[in-house]
Design a protein around this ligand. Structure first.
Ligand SMILES: [Zn+2]
Length: 152
């Protein structure tokens, strides 16, 4: 996050719970996991369509060249180095509550550092809609019950 957009809430500001972490030899995120296996086996992987076409046997460095370090979480959880690149990041916000996950590959030890976080009272958008709907139904049932109670 740049110093210029301090007005926007960031996924890593004001955390109210612990970040869960994991260290893995293979990516925990599904994205890139098949390619990682191929890289480890020395099998060809698809060339980044922006750079060319077809398949090629690549080194880890070559394959991950487009990935950038996440400077909010630069540390490798395995070796403590900062020579990492993030290959997976996602965040979900519902009414100011957040949930996110991030996974970085260490270019020194080739281990994957996983981090995930969820606000204690976070509801996924569909859960929030359901909770709102349930509340509406309950409110309606209460209203009907109250009206019935007033009937002679
Ligand atoms: Zn490392």
């Amino acid at each position: 996050m740049g110093a210029t957009d301090k007005s926007l809430p960031s996924y890593c500001d004001n955390l109210q719970s612990d970040i869960s972490t994991a260290i893995n030899e293979n990516p925990k995120a599904f994205v890139h996991s098949r390619e990682w296996n191929k890289i480890m086996n020395g099998d060809p992987v698809q060339i980044n369509p922006a750079l060319g076409q077809g398949f090629k046997i690549m080194t880890v460095n070559e394959w991950s060249a487009a990935w950038k370090r996440n400077n909010d979480f630069p540390d490798c959880l395995s070796c403590g180095g900062k020579h990492t690149v993030e290959h997976h990041f996602s965040q979900t916000w519902t009414r100011g509550k957040k949930k996110w996950e991030s996974e970085a590959l260490c270019m020194d030890c080739h281990m994957f550092s996983w981090r995930e976080y969820c606000d204690p009272d976070f509801l996924a958008p569909e859960e929030y809609e359901k909770a709102k709907w349930d509340k509406t139904i309950t409110a309606y049932a209460d209203k009907v019950a109250a009206e019935e109670a007033l009937m002679p």
